[in-house]
Design a protein around this ligand. Sequence first.
Ligand code: S3P
Length: 437
Amino acid sequence: MSNATTERRYVVRSATSVAGELTVPGDKSISHRALMLGGIAEGQTSISGFLASEDCLATLAGLRALGVFIERPQESEVRVHGVGRSGLKGAARPLDMGNAGTAIRLLTGLLAGQRFDSTLIGDDSLMRRPMERVTTPLSAMGARIDTDGGRPPVRIHGGAALHGIDYALPMASAQVKSALLLAALYAKGTTSVTEPAPTRDHTERMLHGFGVQIASEAGRVSLAGGQRLYGCEIDVPGDFSSAAFFIVAGCLAARQGLTIRNVGVNPTRTGLLQLLQLMGADIELAPHPGEAPEPVADIHVRASTLRGIRVPEALVALAIDEFPVFFIAAAGAEGETVVTGAAELRIKESDRLAVMASGLATLGIECELLADGLRIKGGAMRGGRIDSHGDHRIAMAFTVASLIASEPIEINNVANVATSFPGFPRLARAAGLALED
Ligand code: S3P
């Protein structure tokens, strides 16, 4: 079992402006999926713009352990030599997914229909995360999976004959939807998944690109089992969730403007833009030509006065990973911001509602922790020492807070920033943040 080192920290002095142009690393969700689908495709899949972060490298190592030959001619160039849908081989040891929730949940789906046994584990945070959300519907498909009271280790027994199901997701989760679609490839008959609210649809778009017939309409996606995948080329756009830190930084302090180039702007990911625009943000998108399979744009942001809002619950799933930094925008806004319907934030890499509430209170921001959200009163922010709880997005969000804080912010336990955003400190400094790591 891996454990993140706890001693790494950031000290961020207050800065008053950000500016310039930057490019963020590749999309994490798309990079995980490209490796997995490439692994079970026939022929070669070439991935450019791959996110070489700890999370995606855990997926890459997992697929190698399952017998897939993968080359990396460059840091962000990957060639996956697919073994076909029946070509994976049992791994000699448990597959360690580190901090990566997407990897463990999607691989549980992919491995549920194989002939061999598999065990999936992760770091301390991942070992605490709920897995029954995937094991319950997978069991209904005929899979045989054991967990430790609903948590990893996930022990998948091979040789189960899967059959399609018609499943209504009890929560809005792209990881669960994707795990079921991957298992569905190995199931007899058709699997349909209905979502209570739209979630990221990268799996559906990518399956289509690999030649799989998949039908989506009105919140319901269906796939017939037994289909073959064919290797293809995948160009991974910049990760919107990484761009989000600079989008908020720009809204707070880019008086001359800040541009983030080549960002994935799939509408199932960009709820943050709508939230910030409701607050009065000045954000413009310059779309790149050609939509398929994922829309891409340059994002221009300019500082403006933000006003507190009541977050429409319909936008929560579309901004799910952006709430830590959105709460910093709320702290820098005039008036009150209220988020509800966001209980899922309690079971991410950390309890993001509790950890953000405690960090904001440390910095002097009035904030009320709700069962499923937060109420934040914008106001003057002081400096202080923040416990990130080893959560990458909490660490990066409080780095952005230095644009509105009067004194330095010290953030502990930041090693996990490398799970999603290698090079963050360098880019943050290039944009104008006074970060020492
Ligand atoms: C992800 C889905 C979301 C998100 C996570 C990545 C994915 O998780 O929070 O960072 O790649 O499918 P949930 O499905 O748990 O909401």
